[in-house]
Design a protein around this ligand. Sequence first.
Ligand code: FES
Length: 106
Amino acid sequence: MTKVTYISSEEKITTIEVDNGLTVMEGAVQNDIQGIDADCGGGMACATCHVYVKDDWYDKIPKKTDGEEDMLDMAFEPNEFSRLSCQITVTDELDGLIVKLPSKQG
Ligand code: FES
């Protein structure tokens, strides 16, 4: 189990324990975190699981694929810390990960 903190666009902070092997998106959906709709179910085809990774964590998570990069171009207000949460698999190394949700999502 790995702790992941989700911060809503209104600064509501929710920390949950996510099973290793699940994605940050799956952890959010299973725990009713508002703002991660994950319309495509993790298929990298919707960008409704877009998050901003807290800056000091950004370099600690595995790099984006080109496909993720392309989909992020279609996300709402992407920035240099943007990731698709369905593409971040939770591991022990990510214990304490913090992600923020874009304003259009929650
Ligand atoms: S859930 Fe659709 S791109 Fe992540």
